[in-house]
Design a protein around this ligand. Structure first.
Ligand code: GTP
Length: 438
């Protein structure tokens, strides 16, 4: 076992030194779409939001392409070639269409919208909002590397944004000869999952090769394993219970304008049902809520009469300028949501080993707060009159603390909501809103 561990560590060290550009240059895969079945989004099957997460270059996109290819063969997807997969870039071209980064496919049992999350640390912000739309995730870990920094960070973020269950795909099994190494990677993944509060012992771990599946070779580790993966996803990740009875709420992820039609805000519907031509309010960022009407709704590139909890929808907003709609605002049933700036939090400060800060911080700390799709400058202080304030206590990594948070611009937030605190590109704390303070 110790030899395999040393080998694994050496490989990790070597891999982490290869620049992303170099890796990208090595990465010349061009597949042509061979089949093109039209898969219409219907409400016959339960809908689940899912995605691939994990360290850069571990094979998330290859796996996504392999899944669509496999499901296309069954008439359950449009095959998307590797280079046709949109990895949630900053800029996207589209019509009225909402997030083209969502890839659709079906199994016998369910309909999936899949987000392929970029692995680079720079994209972590996208990961946060991408994962916010996930009911479950597939974490891809290359057998040749084992877990890497972003394997851990993505897992932690997934946990924080409410992903309850994960399926593991240990990829690149074709590139590893040592069986002991595979066992070690699996064992380490179970330990890691448990340490982040997932059910490590029960989590399905599939060992295979996305590339073999995509290229139609070695079916025992290729196609067969992709089928096994989808079965695991179907059974292990529960169909979420949607809060259809509650007032409508969608957190704005993206905004764009369609010439001649107006402004479209897209995102994932958190709760409720919205019918076309209903009145809504845009809350947060600006001081006064903006009242408007939704004159068209799109879900999976199709115009719909309604948008429901769990859907990824684009809402056409009547008479609203593009610049008045900002990511992080919410669109809600009028009168049901209010924006706030101050609240009491219960936070856990990450340790250095968990990717957090190496040193502590004092009251008046000014990091960035991430909540739903919003990120906002924050100011953390001890509660007035508290013992910690009196002794000017320092917050250390690993501490659980209660602090007052004030954000720069108001956001529609609620008691019980989770958030992340980030600074200089890393997550430094995670927390819960315990009370709204006015
Ligand atoms: N040997 C082998 N290589 C693979 C396998 N799957 C993917 N690769 C290769 O690994 C490299 C990275 O694959 P991608 O699918 O782009 O990885 P990614 O995780 O999406 O990368 P980012 O999106 O940049 O984070 C490519 O060169 C792939 O061809 C596999 O099963 N076996």
């Amino acid at each position: 076992m110790s030899f395999a561990r040393t080998l694994l560590q050496t490989t990790r060290a070597l891999r982490s030194n290869a620049s992303p550009v170099q890796q990208a240059l090595n990465n010349k895969l061009f597949y042509n779409a061979t089949r093109n079945y039209a898969v219409a989004f219907t409400r016959d099957k339960p809908h689940v939001n899912i995605g691939t997460i994990g360290h850069v270059d571990h094979g998330k996109t290859t796996l996504t392409a392999a899944i669509t290819k496999r499901q296309a063969e069954k008439g359950f997807a449009n095959y998307l070639a590797y280079d046709a997969i949109d990895k949630a870039p900053e800029e996207r071209k589209r019509g009225i269409t909402i997030s083209t980064a969502h890839i659709e496919y079906q199994t016998d049992n369910r309909h999936y919208a899949h987000v392929d999350c970029p692995g680079h640390a720079d994209y972590i912000k996208n990961m946060i909002t991408g994962a916010a739309s996930m009911d479950g995730a597939i974490i891809v870990v290359a057998a040749s590397d084992g877990q890497m920094p972003q394997t851990r960070e993505h897992l932690l973020l997934a946990r924080q944004v409410g992903v309850k269950r994960i399926v593991v795909f240990v990829n690149k099994v074709d590139a590893v000869e040592d069986k002991e190494m595979l066992e070690l990677v699996e064992m380490e993944m179970r330990e890691l999952l448990s340490s982040y509060g997932f059910e490590g012992d029960e989590t399905p771990i599939i060992l295979g090769s996305a590339l073999c599946s995509l290229e139609g070779r070695e079916p025992e580790i290729g196609e067969k394993k992709v089928d096994e993966l989808l079965e695991a996803v179907d059974t292990w990740i529960p169909t979420p219970e949607r809060q259809l009875e509650k007032p409508f709420l969608m957190s704005v992820e993206d905004v764009f304008s369609i010439p001649g039609r107006g402004t479209v805000a897209s995102g994932r519907v958190e709760r409720g049902v919205l019918k076309k031509d209903s009145e809504v309010e845009l809350v947060g960022k600006n001081n006064a809520p903006i009242r408007t009407k939704v004159t068209d709704i799109e879900t999976f590139k199709k115009s719909c009469d309604e948008s429901r909890a769990g859907d990824n929808s684009g809402l056409l907003l009547r008479g609203v300028k593009r610049e008045d709609v900002l990511r992080g605002m919410i669109i809600a049933k009028p009168g049901t949501s209010k924006a706030h700036r101050r609240f009491l939090t219960s936070m856990y400060v990450l340790t250095k080993e968990e990717g957090g800060r190496h040193t502590g911080f004092h009251t008046n700390y000014k990091p960035q707060l991430f909540i739903r799709t919003a990120d906002e400058a924050a100011h953390l202080t001890w509660a007035e009159g508290s013992a910690e304030e009196k002794e000017d206590k320092m917050v250390m990594p690993g501490d659980n603390v209660e602090m007052v948070c004030e954000i720069h611009k108001p956001l529609a937030i609620e008691q019980g909501q989770r958030f992340n605190v980030r600074e200089g590109g890393r997550t430094v704390a995670t927390g819960l809103i315990t009370r709204i303070l006015e």
